[in-house]
Design a protein around this ligand. Structure first.
Ligand SMILES: [Zn+2]
Ligand SMILES: [Zn+2]
Length: 449
C-alpha cells in the first residue's frame, strides 16, 4: 500500500450508495412494486446487467446519440463488445425468445427491479447508475393490456404516498400511419429549421418526431401549432387509442392528452404515456413512462410480436417522495444484549440465538468498556429492551431484563428470559417488523407484501 493517504476514495461520478437511512424506504417501495405486479399476474424476470452491445444498438437507428455517448461499452477478454444495460426492455424481449416464453400462453407478463446505466451528466435525481421498476406484457396487442400497465404504475405511485401526479397520454400510431405524420411535421418545421438547434436540424431528416420534445429556447416556440399525431392515426390505431381512453375514463383514471409526448425510435407504437410530478419550482418532472413497442421484437431479429410495458425511475420517485415529505425511518433493532463480565460473550451469543429463533431481531453490544457505556450504545441504537449478563447474572444463571420505555428492570432465571422479553415488548410480529407507516399525513400505510 502506498504511504500517502491524500487520495481518499469515493464512489465513481454519478454512482451512489444507499445507506440504511434510505434503504428502509427503498425496500418498502420495492416490496410494494413487487406485490402489485404479482397481484396482476406479472412474474419476476432477472436479466444480466451486461448484454451484447448489439442488443441495444439494433433498436437504436440514431447510434450517435445513445450507443456512443450514453452507454458504458467495453470489450471483454474474449474480444466481445458488451454494454451495461441502459434499460431492460430489450433484455426482456431477448429473454422471452431465448427462454421459449413465446410458446407459453400469451401475453407473458414480466416485472423487474434493478440498476440501469447511462453515461449522462449527473444531476438531482439523475444518476449514471439508476434504478428502474418496470413491467413488460409481451405477446398481446389488445388495448386492455395498455390500460393494465397504466393502472399498475399509477397505483404504485399512489402507494408511494405521492400526490399531484398527472398521467400524460398520447398515441404515436404505427408504421402504417406514421410516415404521413412525419411528412406533416417536416412541412410544419421546414420554414424554421435553419434557425433551430443542430440536434433538431439533424432530426429533421432522421427523426422528425423528436422535433417535438426539444427543450431549447431556439426550438420550443415552433412546436406551437405543430400537427398532432392523433389526427393522423389510421383506423386500427384510432380504434386502439379510443379504447384506451374509454377504459381509463370508465376506471376513473384521469389523464391529460399530450400531443408533444413522442418517442424517438420507430419500434414504439400507439399508446405512449408518462407520469409527471410538479416539483417545488412548478416544473414538471417525469417519474417514468411506458407504452407499446410492437416493432421491437422484429427490429431485434425475432418474429413480430406486440408488447407493452413501462419503466419507472425509482431514484426520481424517491426524490419526489422526499420533496413531498414522505418519509420512512429505518427500523430500530428493539432488543439488545450486553455481555458485561469476563466470559459473558459466549453466553450472549447463545442467548441471542434463542431469542432470534423465537422471532426477535437482536443486537449484541460487543466490546463495551463498561456496563454504562454498553447501555449508552444500546440506547442510541433504539433499544426498547436490554438484556444484561454481568458477573452476578453469570454466577446465578440469571439475566437482567430492562424495560427501556418503563425504566424498570427485573433479574429473571435464564429459562424465563423469553417470557420476560415477550412481557416487555409483546410477542414479536412477523420478522419483528411492524407494518411501516408513512409519516406524511394522508399517505397510505398498507400491508401489501
Ligand atoms: Zn432543438
Ligand atoms: Zn396506424
Amino acid at each position: 500500500m502506498p504511504k500517502s493517504r491524500s487520495r481518499t476514495l469515493h464512489a465513481a461520478p454519478g454512482m451512489h450508495d444507499l445507506l440504511p437511512a434510505e434503504t428502509a424506504l427503498w425496500e418498502r417501495i420495492e416490496r410494494s412494486a413487487r406485490a402489485l405486479a404479482e397481484q396482476r399476474g406479472y412474474r419476476l424476470v432477472v436479466t444480466p446487467l451486461l448484454e451484447p452491445t448489439e442488443l441495444f444498438a439494433r433498436g437504436v437507428g440514431d447510434t450517435t446519440d445513445v450507443v456512443e455517448k450514453e452507454m458504458y461499452t467495453f470489450e471483454d477478454k474474449g474480444g466481445r463488445s458488451l454494454s451495461l444495460r441502459p434499460e431492460a426492455t430489450a433484455s426482456a424481449v431477448r429473454a422471452y425468445f431465448d427462454g421459449g416464453l413465446h410458446q407459453a400462453p400469451q401475453p407473458v407478463r414480466l416485472h423487474y427491479w434493478g440498476p440501469m446505466f447511462r453515461y449522462d451528466r449527473p444531476q438531482a435525481g439523475r444518476y449514471r447508475q439508476f434504478f428502474q421498476f418496470g413491467v413488460e406484457a409481451i405477446g398481446e396487442a389488445a388495448p386492455e393490456v395498455d390500460v393494465e400497465t397504466i393502472e399498475l404504475s399509477r397505483t404504485w405511485l399512489e402507494r408511494c404516498g405521492l400526490t399531484g401526479v398527472s398521467l400524460q397520454l398520447n398515441s404515436i400510431g404505427d408504421e402504417v400511419c406514421r410516415p404521413r405524420y412525419r411528412e406533416a411535421l417536416r412541412d410544419h418545421f421546414r420554414p424554421h429549421i435553419e434557425t433551430m438547434c443542430a440536434d433538431c436540424r439533424r432530426r429533421f431528416d432522421t427523426n422528425p418526431l423528436r422535433l417535438l420534445d426539444c427543450r431549447k429556447s431556439s426550438c420550443e416556440p415552433y412546436q406551437q401549432g405543430a400537427p398532432r399525431s392523433i389526427d393522423f392515426l389510421c383506423e386500427p390505431c384510432a380504434g386502439h387509442h379510443q379504447a384506451v381512453r374509454e377504459e381509463l375514463d370508465a376506471l376513473d383514471i384521469p389523464f391529460q392528452d399530450n400531443p408533444r409526448l413522442v418517442r424517438g425510435l420507430d419500434y414504439y407504437t400507439r399508446t405512449t404515456f408518462e407520469f409527471w410530478a410538479a416539483d417545488l419550482e412548478g416544473a414538471q418532472n417525469a417519474l417514468g413512462g411506458g407504452g407499446r413497442y410492437d416493432g421491437l421484437a422484429e427490429v431485434l431479429g425475432y418474429n413480430a410480436t406486440p408488447a407493452v410495458g413501462f419503466a419507472m425511475g425509482v431514484d426520481r420517485v424517491v426524490l419526489a417522495m422526499q420533496r413531498q415529505g414522505v418519509k420512512l425511518a429505518p427500523r430500530p433493532t428493539r432488543v439488545w444484549l450486553i455481555p458485561a463480565a469476563e466470559g459473558a460473550a459466549v453466553e450472549a451469543h447463545k442467548l441471542a440465538g434463542e431469542l432470534r429463533q423465537a422471532g426477535w431481531e437482536v443486537g449484541v453490544v460487543f466490546g463495551a468498556v463498561s456496563l454504562k457505556a454498553g447501555m449508552r450504545q444500546a440506547q442510541k441504537s433504539g433499544a426498547q429492551c436490554v438484556l444484561i449478563v454481568g458477573p452476578a447474572e453469570l454466577e446465578s444463571a440469571t439475566v437482567t431484563v430492562r424495560d427501556m420505555t418503563a425504566g424498570s428492570q427485573r433479574q429473571v432465571a435464564r429459562a424465563a428470559v423469553l417470557d420476560e422479553v415477550d412481557r416487555v415488548l409483546g410477542f414479536p410480529e412477523e420478522d419483528d417488523a411492524p407494518n411501516p407507516t408513512w409519516t406524511k399525513a394522508g399517505a397510505i400505510a398498507e400491508t401489501d407484501g
